[in-house]
Unconditional design. Structure first.
Length: 676
């Protein structure tokens, strides 16, 4: 509504349908102005009365024969109006009544002086005095900031009194009457116009201030809405990874400073991939929403928060005084989902309903040294729950045979992973949005057990980092990516995720330089991705390593921007060549707030000067949105899923052949075709 009233001076020209809104604005103006005006009205009346009484001196000098009467009249009016004003103040009378008192004071003050003054024999002095008195009384009208109608009424009464006085002491002097009467009318018109303009200007200032406050409030609300959106999972409405990360850090701080124990529970929907494949993604989304709602209802009765970590995985952060309480909470969550009895006919493990596996870690029992370690503990407990047949809840215990066996088995596998070809690389294409071509791929590491079953990266990467095997695996991944695709010129660029352990390791940049020399690959065709959520301290060794990598021509990318808290500080300290926006912002862009958030992130990164890639492209509509935003790179299942090197080579060859122009026929071949 505020945008309609840009110029209150033009309100009179609005159509009648606007008047109710205008009347409401004026009523609000009077209401909000009452508090500040009340003190000003009282103070103004006292100053006006004192000034009014000081004119007793000019009464004695100009009209001495009736000065006694005018002085008595002045004091009578002064005492009466001041007494009335003070009574209204004590009775907390409305501002409108105080305004009326001031208007009455003006009229009585003028008439109280004018009536006895007309009895004077000093008519010439009175004529001059009347001019000055008229100016003062009508000018005082402006002093009180009276409403225009009230000001007009009081000024009209004083104008009429002035004309009556003029005809009284100069009844036969027509020229004098015309001259002085014209002055009276001019004074009346001028003061009335000034009063009206002042009222409109005050109202205009009020409306503009009100509009500014509304805009500020809208901006604040919009900011809060964007903040809520950036902390909310687009599908389930739970908190997202960013928000849970913040809660984790706050609980971690309280644990260190106040000794307040807390727990982390990782919840995974069992056999959810099979559910999606059998029932479809839409029903899969509905299943996740139902599970999320059920889990959230349980968490609301505890001191905790729940969020979606991604895919079918949820995370719970809660205060906990003992391990028994953690166990009860985990079991309550598991039973809640089981009791929903959502059908899942494709499990093939003896059950036909949706269930969850839960892994929990508790600070009070096996206190880790870093926040990331307690998440790793919960992840290992979750793996134990799955290994025990799923639909189970387990609390991390390093002394348990299962947890120890899992860690030891993975550590043992990592020792022989390269030799036995248990570690492999898959490649996911990255599309240049402007040309539509696949110019880059991302290399992703996979690890298999001896029986061929997969081990999730969230499980084997922490073990590799903890045992130091990540250095050997990382160098192997760089060498293999170079020989698989870059040395044979299959793609322009391959991006590889690097661990903080690698960046902190002495000689990492030198080992990369050696790999580039052995494979004959130019460093400009390689990109290293640093994940924002990783535990990476920005110190001199890391910055020096990144500088050395840049010297080799290797591009440095920031992965999963927006999911952690280091992103902005990293943008300030590190010259990233490309920033990958996390998929959650794209998936939330179907709302106005989410779209604005995505636009703001793109604008921020573009102002920083980095190239932009957005993850999670799953539909043609999302790709079109990325194109409209002017983002140069895109990645997601719609563009291509992770594939083996053989599949990727075949796919790239097919794309290249399809884009190649048809061979031109020679003159001889055209003759053969014609003869046939």
């Amino acid at each position: 509504m505020m945008h309609i009233w840009k110029d209150p001076v033009e309100f009179g020209s609005r159509d009648r349908s606007s008047l109710p809104a205008l009347a409401d604005l004026r009523a609000l103006h009077r209401e909000q102005g009452d508090t500040t005006r009340r003190h000003g009205i009282r103070q103004g009346l006292w100053i006006a009365v004192v000034t009014y009484l000081l004119f007793c001196v000019t009464d004695v000098l100009l009209i001495p024969d009736v000065a006694l009467y005018t002085i008595i009249s002045r004091f009578a009016v002064a005492v009466a109006v001041l007494a009335l004003m003070e009574a209204q103040v004590r009775m907390d009378a409305s501002t409108s009544w105080m305004d009326k008192t001031c208007a009455v004071a003006l009229v009585l003050g003028y008439l109280g002086w004018l009536v006895p003054s007309l009895m004077t024999a000093e008519t010439e002095n009175l004529s001059h005095y009347l001019i000055y008195g008229n100016i003062f009384m009508m000018g005082a009208n402006l002093f009180f900031s009276l409403q225009f109608r009230l000001s007009l009424l009081s000024s009209s009464i004083m104008l009429a009194a002035s004309f009556a006085a003029l005809f009284h002491f100069a009844p036969d002097d027509f020229a004098y009457q015309i001259t002085l009467g014209t002055f009276f009318v001019s004074c009346f018109v001028f003061t009335s116009y000034v009063n009206w303009k002042l009222q409109e200007e005050r109202f205009k200032v009020f409306v503009n201030a009100l509009e500014a406050r509304n805009l500020q409030r809208e901006t604040v609300e919009r900011g809060k809405s964007l903040l809520r959106l950036s902390n909310t999972d687009y599908l389930t409405g739970l908190e997202n990874r960013r928000s849970i990360d913040h809660r984790l850090r706050e609980h971690w701080r309280q644990w260190h400073q106040e000794g307040q124990d807390f727990c982390i529970l990782l919840i995974d929907v069992d056999f959810f991939k099979r559910y999606n494949d059998f029932y479809g993604h839409q029903r899969g989304d509905r299943c996740l929403i139902q599970v999320a709602d059920a889990l959230n209802r349980v968490i609301q009765t505890h001191e905790g928060a729940i969020g979606r970590f991604g895919g079918e995985e949820f995370v719970v952060v809660a205060k906990a005084g003992c391990e028994e309480k953690v166990a009860r909470l985990a079991e309550e969550l598991r039973q809640t989902v089981e009791q929903m009895e959502l059908p899942h006919e494709e499990r093939r493990d003896g059950l036909s309903i949706v269930t969850v596996s839960i892994g929990a870690a508790f600070t009070g029992t096996y206190a880790p040294s870093k926040l990331e370690k307690i998440i790793d503990q919960a992840d290992r407990a979750l793996y134990t729950a799955k290994a025990d047949g799923r639909n189970a809840a387990r609390i991390y215990n390093p002394a348990s045979a299962r947890a120890r066996d899992v860690t030891e088995n993975i550590a043992a596998l990592l020792k022989i992973a390269i030799e036995k070809e248990l570690a492999t690389l898959v490649y996911q294409p990255i599309q240049d949005v402007r040309t539509g071509r696949i110019g880059s791929v991302e290399a992703l590491m996979r690890l298999q057990m001896l029986d061929g079953s997969d081990i999730p990266p969230s499980l084997f990467i922490p073990v590799a980092e903890r045992t130091g095997r990540i250095i050997e695996l990382g160098n192997w991944a760089i060498r293999k990516a170079c020989s698989d695709l870059l040395a044979t010129n299959r793609v322009n660029t391959v991006s590889i995720n690097v661990s903080p352990i690698q960046l902190k390791a002495p000689g990492f940049a030198a080992s990369v330089a050696s790999i580039l020399a052995d494979t004959g690959v130019n460093g400009k065709r390689l990109a290293f991705e640093i994940t924002e959520g990783h535990d990476l301290d920005i110190h001199s060794d890391v910055l020096r390593c990144i500088t050395d990598l840049h010297t080799l021509g290797i591009a440095i990318w920031l992965d999963d921007f927006g999911t952690g808290f280091a992103g902005l500080s990293w943008l300030r300290l590190i010259d990233f060549d490309l920033v990958k926006i996390d998929r959650s912002f794209l998936h939330a862009s179907d709302t106005a707030e989410g779209y604005m958030m995505l636009q703001n992130i793109v604008r921020l990164l573009r102002d920083h000067g980095a190239d932009i890639l957005i993850e999670g492209i799953e539909t043609p509509e999302q790709l079109e949105l990325v194109r409209r935003l002017g983002i140069s790179q895109a990645q997601g299942f719609h563009i291509g899923r992770p594939a083996s090197v053989q599949q990727m080579k075949a796919s790239l060859t097919a794309i290249k052949d399809a884009a190649a122009p048809a061979p031109r026929r020679t003159r001889a071949s055209r003759l053969k075709v014609a003869q046939s």
